[in-house]
Design a protein around this ligand. Sequence first.
Ligand SMILES: [Zn+2]
Length: 314
Amino acid sequence: MRSLRLFRRAANRLVRLSRFLTLRTAANRLARPARFLTLRTALAPLSIILLATSGCGSVFKDVNVLSEADEIALGREFSREIERELKLYRDPEVVRYVDELCQGLALHSKRSNIPYYIKVVDTDEVNAFALPGGFLYVNRGLISISGTEAELAGVIAHEIAHVVARHGAKAMTRQLGLEIILGLISGRNPTGVRRVASQLAGVGGILSMLHHSREAEREADALAVVNLREAGYDPEGFSAFFEKLLEINDRDPGAFATLFTTHPPSRERIENTRKQAAALPVLEGLITDSERFRQIKDMLPPLEKNPLENEKAE
Ligand SMILES: [Zn+2]
């Protein structure tokens, strides 16, 4: 079984490599298990080469196996599935505000060519997440806990960065395998996504599948800092937000459990984003806060348990 897995992995790598070699169709065929047994012998030397070269990484690591259309189709399938379970917050003014904030950031991101779909989730939980292909979810609790518009924009820019760098698509392909992914989005298997989602135990499983490596988190942070500045926001909001959350979390572990599980912040990440921002040319007039943000925040129902209020009381 182990050699079989290794072989599949090598064949999948070949698919990625084939992007450069324009051999995609042939390579895709090799990745399919039905065919690979007969091709196994012929491919063995190639798979050894692929395995041997995979250590250097950089060629393979940054290659996304899905086309843009595939990636958007994948995100759409999972967004439909996830929304069967999530309760969305539908206040039109709040939704419009969050949509405009996200669209403004997306427009200045390094992947402004795709449409972004923004939803506000009706939960106290402090979190935001992105599915592959530009499907963003911002929790109501995140808005409530953000001290300024720049803080909220910082977290959203980080999520957009995961879409820009295609981290979600890569993570899902890594976890589910290319063949399952292509099957899910081909339309030949309409119940497939539901089945996979139910095996993953719904939203929680889908989110844990989107768990990103430290390297991916660092890359998203760096992209977010640039994106924030380009969109006119002070990137210090991002660093300050996570610094504040880390301090609260030190005293009350679990206060931001969901956010910390999906996007573990660290002093190192905060320092890196500060250093990066400080090294960039000074830009005057960056937005830190807005009257509209405060109005929107006031419109939201109070959090059942607000860790910031505990902090004030101390
Ligand atoms: Zn992240």
